[in-house]
Ligand binder design. Structure first.
Ligand code: GTP
Ligand code: MG
Length: 609
């Protein structure tokens, strides 16, 4: 059976990736701002004729004229000049029906390439809602192209689009030498589109409020603050329920077993280790719930504008905002999103500081320590004190990032070359189905991490804390004689000044692979060391009785800075093409981590003794 190659092109934020996901069933990132897709993505589906269709999703671009990287990629992809990528048999040009004035120009540019093409008139739902009337048949005639109305968030029109693409041999459109002319765009628009007299009323009203010079930034801070309160308070009942079920299940699972290795493995490594991380699933889902809503609503590019001045003081621009905000979910997509920053220095600075943003893998560590060591009291009767501290941890991460960036900028003489020019998309109510799917996917990624890397590293750790057993006649606890116990005791002196005991040292080593592993590792170490029926869903209780407050705060300070994530370092190597930035990042972050933990430990000791 023959195959067909198609490429999705269009202006940024017109719904190419949403359409790509509909066609191929993939779940590539979609969000309501320009520049979400930074890398070409490929997928396939089977057309009704039985042909396999290869789909190429491309970064959005405003025109083919300019010489930016995105424009070149798009043009080369359309003409089949990218190595390893087939010439598209059909170009699917996607245009936002609510913004045809802008998008039609690009359609005409693509048409000039003289390749077979189809126009997907996307966002038809939004266009209808705003009362924009488009005469599709007239548009087809004017352009000499098939035009299909689509709604890429609900799959409306996807079938019609597939049928159109699947037609035997799509033909190239007529080449019209003058069609780049603005007059041509205007002429086609007036022949095919009736705009309502007043448009985008809601957008303007909301912007007057959210972009207000006085209200804007306080509102932004307030939104962020609410998110972190919610992460702490809403998650609490679900976390308690998971903890209780794990304790119950653990009891059932280990009861029939005789004391021995199997029982120790199930109790200590599985329930003690992995269970202690699973408990944080609700918090992670709540955080992503807010991040997804912020991404879809259209608020993020506005926040970039609001923060442009503030970030300017730190030597950055508003462009760094979205990459840095994404880093709060995970530094990896954040670092990849820096590709949309044209200024190389700014991009490298953003990459260097993105590991300082509090990624979701730190939530288990912070929550464990905050929950165990700080009082669960209310501030002003409504705010959770623990939630406030968590918010504080996020602020410390952001402030440290801005300070580091400011220090880097001191050495920079020349002026900013790229003023912040960003399109403000329309506000949009998030599609509930995609929101639910997005959260489901996050939950699965977290669970896959637990059953994948965290399980692997933790099982290895269990082996290391269990073997070799205690020699005959020895008196100390078993774990002291194990390999891990010996390693922990061996390196502990280096961490004495920052208050880490040997158990923390043992947990930090596997925690280098991924941050949450440190929690499961502590769970396993304390579980093995403790009596057998103490399952580390009570890890918090255990450490609160064994560590000083100074040690706990010092570990939190360590976690603000320490670059304990191999995947982040790997992606920095990939994005910067070399080891230099990896070495700089790891070096400066470990140094800061040690210094911050040292100061925190010594000061807290001084105050509490
Ligand atoms: N209401 C509505 N929203 C849509 C439709 N198609 C896409 N969206 C939303 O529009 C926004 C942009 O969609 P994307 O698919 O990320 O756009 P893109 O063209 O891939 O953008 P870049 O990758 O930045 O070039 C997202 O918020 C989508 O949920 C549609 O037909 N109707
Ligand atoms: Mg995209």
């Amino acid at each position: 059976m023959s195959t067909l190659n198609i490429a999705l092109v269009g202006n940024p934020n017109c719904g190419k990736t949403a359409l790509f996901n509909q066609l191929t069933g993939s779940r590539q990132k979609v969000a309501n701002y320009a520049g979400v897709t930074v890398e070409r993505k490929e997928g396939t589906f089977t057309a009704p004729s039985g042909r396999t269709v290869h789909v190429l999703d491309l970064p959005g671009t405003y025109s083919l004229d300019a010489l930016g990287a995105d424009e070149i990629i798009t043009r080369d992809a359309c003409l089949g000049q990218i190595e390893g990528v087939a010439v598209p048999d059909v170009i699917v040009c996607v245009a936002d029906a609510t913004n045809l004035r802008l998008h039609l120009r690009f359609v005409l540019e693509i048409r000039r390439l003289g390749r077979p093409m189809v126009l997907a008139l996307n966002m038809m739902d939004a266009a209808r809602k705003r009362g924009i009337e488009i005469d599709t048949a007239a548009l087809e005639r004017e352009l000499g192209l098939p035009v299909i109305e689509t709604v890429a968030v609900t799959s409306e029109g996807t079938k019609a689009l597939i049928t159109q693409i699947d037609r035997a041999t799509p033909s190239a459109p007529p080449i019209n030498a003058v069609d780049i002319d603005h007059n041509e765009t205007r002429r086609i628009l007036s022949a095919t589109v009736v705009m309502p007299t007043r448009t985008a009323k809601t957008d303007d009203a909301l912007d007057r409020f959210l972009l207000n010079p006085w209200l804007g930034i306080p509102l932004l801070l307030f939104i962020m603050f609410l998110v972190f309160q919610a992460v702490f308070t809403w998650a609490a009942p679900a976390m308690d329920a998971i903890e209780a079920s794990l304790a119950w299940l653990g009891g059932i699972a280990t009861q029939p077993l005789a004391d021995g290795l199997l029982k120790s493995f199930i109790a200590d490594a599985l329930f003690g280790g992995l269970g202690s991380v699973l408990v944080f699933l609700p918090q992670i889902i709540i955080l992503f719930f807010f991040i997804l809503i912020l991404e879809e609503s259209g608020y993020l590019p506005r926040a970039s504008f609001l923060l442009d001045r503030v970030m300017g003081a730190a030597g950055l621009t508003g462009r760094s905002f979205i990459p840095l905000l994404s880093s709060h979910a995970c530094a990896i997509p954040g670092i990849m999103a820096t590709r949309s920053i044209p200024d190389l220095r700014e991009r490298m600075t953003t990459i260097l500081i993105s590991p300082l943003m509090t990624c979701s893998a730190r939530i288990p560590v912070y929550t464990l320590l905050i929950g165990a060591f700080l009082p669960n009291t209310q501030v002003f009767g409504v705010l959770s004190f623990q939630g406030l501290v968590l918010f504080g941890m996020y602020l410390i991460g952001i402030l440290s990032g801005l300070i580091v960036s400011w220090v880097i900028s001191i050495s920079r003489r020349e002026k900013r070359e790229y003023p912040l020019l960003m399109e403000l998309p329309s506000y949009r109510f998030p599609n509930l189905k995609s929101l639910a799917l997005g959260l489901w996917e996050r939950a699965m990624i977290f669970i896959r991490r637990i059953t994948g890397i965290i399980f692997a590293v933790n099982t290895l750790l269990w082996v290391l804390v269990t073997f070799p057993g205690k020699p005959d006649g020895a008196t100390g606890p078993d774990i002291d004689y194990s390999i891990a116990g010996r390693i922990g005791h061996f390196i502990q002196p280096a961490f004495d000044a920052i208050g880490f005991n040997w158990q923390i040292c043992v947990a930090l080593i596997p925690g280098l692979a991924a941050r949450e592993v440190a929690v499961s590792a502590l769970g396993t170490v304390y579980s093995v060391a403790g009596s057998d029926d103490e399952i580390a869903s009570q890890l918090g209780g255990l450490i609160s009785s064994q560590w000083s407050l100074a040690t706990a705060l010092s570990l939190m300070a360590w976690y603000v800075f320490a670059p304990q994530c191999l995947s982040t370092l790997a992606v920095i190597k990939r994005e910067t093409n070399g080891w230099t930035y990896v070495a700089i990042t790891a070096g400066y972050l470990f140094t800061l981590a040690y210094v911050a933990a040292f100061a925190t430990y010594q000061i807290t000791l001084g105050l509490t003794s």
